[in-house]
Each structure stands twice: as structure tokens, then as C-alpha cells.
Design a protein around this ligand. Structure first.
Ligand SMILES: [Zn+2]
Ligand SMILES: [Zn+2]
Length: 186
């Protein structure tokens, strides 16, 4: 039996919109409760950085976060934002996306075992495949080869459906009539 990765399609595959309104608030409330349980505090600045990442719905670079913070709190200094990111990382609420040097919210804010991240190298869209068996099989192979993962992140480089559609519309190779990606863009 070899690893075929079908099964339940990740329902969070369309994360372009980010979280808004009620879902944003409930995610923040969940994160707050989670920190409290751990005896830590989601301070206003940590909360704001998390909120910006939740609202963006994709991987965001630290300097963009800083820019956004400065629109709200003009005096925000880089260390403040970096410290908030460090806290969110250590709490497991966000991921550092190394391939594009950015940060993204974890698919499940209170999940301690992270899944496998697929990262669009073009737009920063991140999908977290939460299939523990797939992850375990991969880790077992890695360990059998004598390695140990450097962190708990497993990151795959990809190109998301929207970006593929964008490329296809620019140069459609003949005969490549793939299923038309219905990118609902304005
Ligand atoms: Zn995660
Ligand atoms: Zn993309």
C-alpha cells in the first residue's frame, strides 16, 4: 500500500478570504482562552498581530504586519511586532513560513500537532493538510533515513488554484484543457 493522499479534501482549501466579523472574533476569543489556559496572556499587541494574520488569511511578511500596525498605532517599533510574533509562534498559534519568509495563522488555533503546510510561492496562500497518518508516515521515513526534522514544521512549496488559473489564462498550452478553475474573483 503506498501513500495515496485522497480522503477528505481539506475544507479550508479556500482560505483567500481570511476571517471576518464573527469568525474573526470567535477565533480571537478561542486564542485568548487557549493562552489563559497555558497561563499566558494574549496582550493587546499580540492579539492585534494575530487579528491581522487572521484577517489576511494568508502568509504575511513581518514588515507588512509592521506597516499595518503603524496605521493603527503609529509608534509601533519593529521589536514590538517581532516579540508578538515570537510569542504567537511559541504558543503554536501561528506558523513561520520559511519558503517565503512570512507568517500564517495555524488552521486550528489550539491544535498542538501541526499538519503539513502547502504554501503558494506566489501569493502566500497557505493550506494546512491535517492528516496525522500522512505526517507520521513521512516522519517515520525521515527518521528511517537517519534524520530528525529541524522543527515541527513540514512545508511544501506550491502554486494555489487561483494562481494556477492566473497563469493558465496568460498562456494556455494547447490540449491542456484542465478543469476550469472557477476563481470567483471580482
Ligand atoms: Zn498548524
Ligand atoms: Zn497563490
Amino acid at each position: 500500500m503506498h501513500g495515496e493522499t485522497h480522503g477528505e479534501a481539506p475544507d479550508h482549501a479556500h482560505s483567500h478570504d481570511g476571517a471576518h466579523g464573527a469568525s474573526l472574533e470567535s477565533a480571537l476569543a478561542m486564542a485568548e482562552a487557549y493562552c489563559r489556559e497555558r497561563g499566558e496572556k494574549l496582550t493587546p499587541i499580540r492579539r492585534k498581530v494575530l487579528e491581522l494574520l487572521l484577517a489576511s488569511g494568508r502568509a504575511t511578511k513581518a514588515y507588512s504586519l509592521l506597516d499595518e500596525m503603524r496605521q493603527i498605532h503609529p509608534g509601533s517599533a519593529p521589536p514590538t511586532v517581532y516579540r508578538a510574533l515570537d510569542f504567537l509562534l511559541s504558543a503554536g498559534l501561528i506558523h513561520r513560513i520559511e519558503s517565503i519568509n512570512a507568517f500564517a495563522v495555524c488552521h486550528d488555533l489550539t491544535q498542538c500537532q501541526h499538519g503539513i503546510l502547502v504554501v503558494c510561492q506566489q501569493c502566500g496562500n497557505v493550506t494546512e493538510l491535517n492528516e496525522p497518518k500522512l505526517r507520521q508516515a513521512l516522519v517515520a521515513q525521515i527518521e528511517a533515513a537517519g534524520y530528525r526534522l529541524a522543527g515541527d514544521g513540514i512545508e511544501l512549496k506550491g502554486l494555489c488554484a487561483q494562481c494556477q488559473a492566473g497563469q493558465a489564462s496568460q498562456s494556455a498550452p494547447p490540449g491542456a484543457a484542465a478543469t476550469p478553475a472557477t476563481a470567483a474573483q471580482s
